[in-house]
Design a protein around this ligand. Structure first.
Ligand SMILES: Nc1ncnc2c1ncn2[C@@H]1O[C@H](COP(=O)(O)OP(=O)(O)OP(=O)(O)O)[C@@H](O)[C@H]1O
Ligand SMILES: [Mg+2]
Length: 256
């Protein structure tokens, strides 16, 4: 039976869908069977992030209405065939899929997978409830911005009222140049302030949304791989930029 993990945030637009897609790819690259479920019903974003939109035939409403089984609706990634997606619906029918039905179909998908990652919608309303009710664990995504951190803290409080393990915090869109100068708070400090385990730190990247990031060489790919190792419980290390040379020695002496 798979680990069922909801990717949640509180504030919208902080990177839940991007994290779900790329963490899924990183886990698949480690040889895991990963199923991604788009729980942002009415806004199909995950298939777009994975560049699978054209290949989606059946969506979650087809499954919820019993037209196809959950397995029949899955679309496999071309690069990592052990990564599969259950896509969301493209129209606003969110209320048609109740939390219990969603949890049942998610757990069916968990039978044949190592991980089911559930991409939650923004906010803490019914869509969040549906995603979290289907999960056993949750990863909270935030950016370093104060508004996002506040919402993430509130989300952590709300999560504690559910039967899910808080699996840790992911700080996305980190500007390490600002952190080095002392103009932004480091991911470690944010996690400490929130009294949460830091599961991952992901740098701000120009490439996201263009070249699918994971698969691309570079620091984001490395950061996602490190996140995957933490999720697997194989490591506690999160990404930090790897600089060499005299300038980096100088920079490292400055505040982190
Ligand atoms: N590390 C990053 N660097 C640069 N851009 C990023 C990064 N992570 C995400 N983005 C961009 O931020 C935007 C929002 O990301 P995404 O859709 O994943 O957020 P979300 O939390 O799922 O949003 P919503 O709450 O609307 O579902 C996208 O344009 C995405 O490409
Ligand atoms: Mg999203």
């Amino acid at each position: 039976m798979a680990r069922l993990i909801a990717v949640v945030s509180g504030k919208g637009g902080v990177g839940k869908t991007t994290v779900t897609a790329n963490l899924g790819r990183a886990l698949a690259a480690l040889g895991r069977k990963v199923t991604l479920v788009d729980a942002d019903i009415g806004l199909n974003n995950l298939d777009v992030a994975l560049d699978m939109e054209e290949r989606v035939v059946y969506d979650i409403l087809d499954v919820a209405d019993g037209r196809v089984t959950p397995e029949e609706a899955l679309v496999a990634d071309t690069e990592f065939p052990s990564l599969k997606l259950l896509a969301s619906v493209r129209s606003g029918v969110s209320d048609k899929i109740k939390a219990a039905r969603f949890a049942a179909l998610t757990s069916v998908l968990g039978i044949a997978a190592d991980y089911v990652l559930i991409d939650a919608p923004a906010g803490v309303e019914s869509g969040f409830h549906r995603a979290v009710c289907a999960a056993k664990e949750a990863l909270i995504v935030t950016t370093p911005h104060i508004g996002a951190v506040k919402d993430a803290s509130r989300t952590a409080e709300i999560l504690s009222t559910y039967d899910v393990r808080n699996a840790g915090l992911i700080v996305n869109r980190v500007r390490y140049d600002l952190v080095r100068r002392g103009d932004a708070v480091s991911p470690r400090k944010i996690a400490a302030l929130m009294r949460m385990k830091l599961a991952g730190a992901l740098p701000e990247s120009d490439k996201i949304g263009i070249d699918q990031l994971y698969g691309a060489r570079g620091e984001s790919a490395r950061a996602y791989m490190m996140l995957a190792y933490v999720v697997e419980g194989r490591s506690d290390r999160v990404y930090e930029p790897n600089e060499t040379g005299i300038m980096s020695l100088f920079k490292r002496r400055q505040k982190w």
